[in-house]
Ligand binder design. Structure first.
Ligand code: COA
Length: 179
């Protein structure tokens, strides 16, 4: 089976809705994408203004439904967008997915990333028939390593220069969850 080209559905958890990004999300997305602490380990630089955020949302929309897809993480109670979670890449067979995520600093340490990632894992295994879900993490990013381990990912080793981060290729841990 080759990767799906249609867009993905919304995913719901007890406290969150994962849905397609909208231009109406600009203010919320800017709040965390402009915060150096929230994107310390991201491969992009903090947004300097809302037009950069609008461009970012436009880019997410353009690439949606191809090999990659980003959901915004909406807090169901206050309807704020508090982060993003993504299929960063899908291999040619459509069975191996690389995932990534970012959460607003103000919503960290409350279990939201765990909740969102579990929903994505469930969706990938049950509806997209994933055989392997993987994530690359910069070794210093302890919260991300903890998150992956919390939901069952196993660290398989280090990929030397395994990810491009802003200006250079850097070593990363490779984590995976296998069916
Ligand atoms: C990686 C990242 C998403 C992890 O966020 P997080 O807040 O640590 O993860 P969660 O939302 O799942 O919260 C888990 C923590 O909340 C605590 N918690 C509090 N209330 C909770 C609840 N109701 N349910 C579950 N956990 C709860 C857990 O005990 C856990 O604490 P601990 O880390 O001290 O063990 C976040 O650090 C981030 O966005 N970083 C910047 C972007 C980034 O680095 N992305 C990854 C690139 S690879």
């Amino acid at each position: 089976m080759f990767f799906k080209t249609e867009k993905h559905r919304d995913l719901f958890t007890e406290r969150l809705r994962l849905r397609a990004p909208s231009f109406l999300d600009v203010n919320d997305v800017f709040d965390f994408c402009s915060d150096p602490a929230s994107c310390k380990y991201a491969d992009w630089y903090p947004h300097k203004n809302k037009s950069e955020t609008r461009e970012y949302i436009a880019w997410l929309k353009r690439k949606a439904g191809d090999k990659s897809y980003t959901w915004v993480i909406e807090h169901r109670e206050d309807e704020r967008v508090i982060g993003t979670i993504s299929i960063v890449d899908t291999d040619y067979s459509g069975k191996i997915f690389t995932v990534g995520y970012t959460l607003s600093r103000f919503y960290q340490h409350k279990g939201y990333a765990t909740e969102a990632l579990k929903a994505l894992i469930d969706y990938l295994f049950k509806e997209l028939f994933a055989e392997r879900i993987q994530a690359k993490v910069i070794p210093e990013n302890e919260p991300s390593c903890k998150l992956l381990e919390r939901v069952g990912f196993k660290k398989e080793g280090t990929l030397k220069k395994g990810a491009f981060c802003r200006t250079e290729c850097v070593d990363v841990f490779i984590y995976a969850l296998v069916k």
